[in-house]
Design a protein around this ligand. Structure first.
Ligand SMILES: O=C1N[C@H]2[C@H](CS[C@H]2CCCCC(=O)c2ccc3ccc4cccc5ccc2c3c45)N1
Length: 124
């Protein structure tokens, strides 16, 4: 059966897109993330991502995680999820994410993390 491959171009339901480079032998990958939305009034630029996946030789519907370090800021998002493939070979990445924004004091730590879900599909 065909297996999910993370490398390539993906988009999510927010209109964001990401490019994932080739996955290396230990499951590591890098890429670029272009978010369509932001919780800050700063101008958001394309940001680097780094992640890893379970080696595909063991899984058709692999699990993965990656981190986006938002350019020119001290905020970060981690995504974790799984690739699902339908019987036509169409891949879907179902993910959950945590967005950590920088806050000025420990007293504000309680409000520093947002959580959500994203579904990614391939851009042909
Ligand atoms: O495709 C998707 N897009 C959204 C979801 C999960 S990630 C999220 C986009 C996050 C963009 C970075 C951001 O908002 C951001 C960037 C820089 C910031 C600098 C300083 C901040 C200070 C206070 C609050 C912030 C909130 C978000 C921030 C930043 C700050 N999926």
């Amino acid at each position: 059966a065909r297996k999910c491959i993370l490398s390539g171009l993906w988009k999510n339901e927010l209109g964001s897109n990401m490019t994932i480079s080739a996955v290396n032998t230990d499951g590591g990958f890098t890429g670029l993330y272009h978010t369509a939305v932001t919780a800050t009034d700063k101008h958001i630029r394309v940001s680097p991502l780094k992640g890893s996946q379970k080696p595909t030789n063991q899984r058709k519907q692999l699990t993965f995680g990656f981190t986006v370090s938002w350019t020119f800021s001290n905020s970060m998002t981690v995504f974790v999820g799984q690739c699902f493939m339908d019987d036509k070979g169409k891949e879907t990445l179902k993910t959950m994410w945590l967005l950590r924004e920088e806050v000025s004091s420990p007293g504000d730590d309680w409000k520093a993390t947002r959580v959500g879900t994203n579904i990614f599909t391939r851009i042909k």
